[in-house]
Design a protein around this ligand. Structure first.
Ligand code: ZN
Length: 282
């Protein structure tokens, strides 16, 4: 059965869970100075340290785009709009913007099916024209089908013992150059000897199981196994995290693979997310 594209129906859901281990010190600053440091690590309202899903998502997406750009469509079979930026084709966000504008034009609008709403036409356009990366990760005016959840540290409050304040160099906002004598410090989390891990949870909905979505998800998992740089000072080697194997498994997958399985679980009063066997490999 082909999976209908979009968010208006729920056909399948896959939750990938595991633990990301810090390989090098991690810096993800909250952007607000505290009494202790100019750049404290991200914390929840109650002070719990955490890694925002948006940071992980951004790092994963740019790494995927980098890999696809260097291999090219012929090798991977995957389309990524960063590939075409230089050719003048425009990225997916720009394409949607142009199509949306074209709908405002009466002449142009008449060519399209009159019975369809703008939203329907845009959904059809997106399905036909967006690259594989934007279709999964989302784009301007098209929501993602892949969610990276915020991750708290596995050893809870124990991670406080791994925080350190490091000295940095102040950067002049106007010139981007190092400011003479400007003092600036930031908080990092050190891996330590026993290892520090962050809970990892990624949820994918309405994915086409045999198609490009699955290929991309397997690529994401491969990248996370290999190690990915996250947060600030990446060029200096900071923020390397990787999936940590547990009993030989790097991650668990739960969810449901069809509306029928979801319905059966609901009717039987069972939990909705059940273990799923996920086949890896690209
Ligand atoms: Zn794109």
């Amino acid at each position: 059965m082909s999976i209908p594209f979009g968010h208006h129906q729920l056909h399948n859901r896959y939750c990938f869970e595991g633990e990301l281990e810090l390989v090098t010190p991690l810096r993800i600053s909250s952007g607000r100075a505290s009494d202790e440091t100019d750049a404290p690590f991200m914390r929840l309202y109650d002070g719990t340290l955490y890694v925002p899903g948006s940071s992980l998502r951004g790092a994963v997406r740019s790494e995927i785009e980098r890999i696809l750009a260097s291999l090219g469509h012929a090798v991977t079979g995957l389309r990524s709009c960063t590939l075409f930026e230089k050719g003048g084709g425009g990225d997916c966000a720009e394409k949607i913007r142009e199509f949306r504008d074209s709908l405002k034009n009466e002449e142009k609008r008449k060519e399209e099916d009159k019975d369809k709403s703008d939203d329907q036409l845009i959904a059809e356009y997106v399905k036909k024209n967006l690259c594989d990366v934007c279709l999964l990760f989302g784009s301007a005016s098209y929501a993602s089908r892949l969610v990276f959840e915020d991750g708290v540290f596995v050893n809870g409050r124990g991670v406080e013992n791994h925080t350190r304040i490091r000295d940095g160099v102040g950067i002049d906002r106007d010139t981007g150059a190092a400011k003479d004598g400007a003092k600036f410090d930031y908080e990092v989390i050190e891996p330590g000897e026993k290892g520090v891990c962050v809970k990892f949870r990624m949820v994918a909905e309405n994915i086409g199981v045999n198609g490009m979505d699955k290929k991309l998800i397997n690529l994401i998992l491969a990248v996370l196994k290999e190690g990915l740089f996250l947060g600030g000072k990446r060029s200096g080697g900071m923020g390397k995290v990787k999936l940590r194997p547990k009993d030989g498994n790097y991650f668990n997958v739960t969810g449901f693979e069809s509306p029928q399985t979801l319905w059966k679980a609901l009717v039987d009063g069972r939990q909705l997310d059940n273990p799923i066997e996920w086949k890896e490999g690209l």
